[in-house]
Design a protein around this ligand. Structure first.
Ligand SMILES: *[C@@H]1O[C@H](CO)[C@@H](O)[C@H](O)[C@H]1NC(C)=O
Ligand SMILES: *[C@@H]1O[C@H](CO)[C@@H](O)[C@H](O)[C@H]1NC(C)=O
Ligand SMILES: *[C@@H]1O[C@H](CO)[C@@H](O)[C@H](O)[C@H]1NC(C)=O
Length: 336
């Protein structure tokens, strides 16, 4: 029954959507905004806030309807919980990567591993099928993608090496990595170092996510659920090197998020990028779609309502050595 209702809502939603893309009249946009607010439980505190959000929603909707109608792209945009935010607001509150100065130049970090290219890598690979990836999480209104990205990579290597898939604590990094800036952004390098210095990382359930910076609650000894010994950078601007790393384990990567990311719905993303690396995510696989487009399978931390159940497929080997939106520029993985 529940399933039928959900199905009906989905069909109505799709019809409303298709009709709307033909007309996009003011009443249809008002109606779409109403439906969207109900679907995501969004409320506004007063009428001026409501008007402001409606205008932003309208601009976002027009953009994505026009985009999808153009119809010749390998990815689609759609409404999601972030559809009433401007791209500036969204990027300011939902990303949060900082890149160490010496690494943002072309110089390599001292701990960069160079893989010997192996010919027998599979044409597609998905760490989720190996049970190595936890459910998609949601950083919410806090610029701590750096914690989510590194934790997902640690969860991966812990399962691969120790056999247990354990959801680990981003909040520990948020509170205890003193070289990062909590919800105001942080470094994947210092996040890994913080885990090493703390002698491990707690379970998510023992140190749950609060969506804001708090004081570090580790006092000396911790009941660590997992430990790492070090981390390594992947040779930058080389997607073949990145591929070798991903076959080995899930890898923490950086991307330059541009405005279309916010509304990404499905497909292989080859759209707008930001000017610099501003978001950290985790590559958990790769593949080739029906049209022969190669992609990286990327776990994001914007909840399951965004993208393909929380994931995005990002164009792979699209011709730029730095990768689509710089995805091959700054990658690292933890070592046990
Ligand atoms: C309406 O709500 C917004 C957001 O909560 C707030 O910033 C603004 O001051 C409010 N305006 C009025 C007139 O109350
Ligand atoms: C896709 O659309 C763009 C913009 O309308 C156009 O410039 C481009 O040639 C189209 N590409 C194909 C393959 O149809
Ligand atoms: C690459 O191959 C060389 C020679 O076989 C070996 O010494 C080296 O450890 C390999 N590098 C990696 C990263 O596996």
């Amino acid at each position: 029954m529940k399933f039928l209702i959900a199905l009906c809502i989905m069909i109505l939603w799709t019809c409303a959507y298709t009709a709307m893309s033909r007309t996009l009249s003011e009443p249809s946009i008002v109606e779409a905004h109403q439906q969207w607010k109900m679907k995501y439980g969004r409320t506004y505190t007063n009428s001026s806030e409501m008007d402001k959000r409606y205008q932003i929603f309208k601009e976002n909707l027009k953009y994505l309807v026009n985009f999808n109608n153009a119809g010749n792209k390998s990815y689609k945009l759609g409404l999601n919980p972030y559809s009433d935010l401007t791209s500036e607001e969204f990027i300011a509150t939902h990303t949060g990567l900082k890149v160490p100065r010496h690494l943002s130049s072309s110089k390599k970090g001292s701990n960069t591993i160079h893989f010997n290219l192996s010919d027998d890598v599979p044409t597609k690979f998905d760490w989720r099928e190996q049970g190595v990836v936890t459910d998609v999480k949601n950083q919410g209104n806090c610029g701590c993608c750096w914690a989510f990205s590194t934790v997902a990579a640690v969860e991966g290597i812990v399962k691969i090496k120790n056999g247990n898939l354990i959801s680990l604590s981003e909040q520990q990094l948020l509170d205890c990595d003193e070289q990062s800036y909590g919800c105001n952004g942080g470094y994947i390098e210092t996040a890994f170092n913080s885990i090493i210095q703390s002698k491990g990382i707690l379970r998510e359930s023992d140190y749950p996510y609060k969506e804001n910076d708090q004081t570090c609650k580790l006092n000396g000894q911790i009941a660590a659920a997992a430990q790492i010994t070090s981390f390594a950078h992947v040779t930058s601007n080389d997607e073949q090197q990145l591929l070798q790393a991903v076959v080995q384990q899930p890898v923490s990567v950086s991307i330059a998020v541009g405005e279309e990311f916010q509304s990404y719905q499905n497909g292989v993303y080859s759209g707008t990028c930001g000017r610099s690396l501003n978001h950290a995510v985790t590559i958990v696989g790769y593949g080739v779609n029906e049209e022969g487009k190669k992609y990286w399978l990327v776990k994001n931390s914007w909840g399951e309502s965004w993208g393909e159940n929380g994931y995005i497929r990002v164009l792979r080997e699209g011709g730029e050595s730095k990768g689509q939106c710089g995805i091959a520029m700054h990658a690292a993985y933890p070592i046990i």
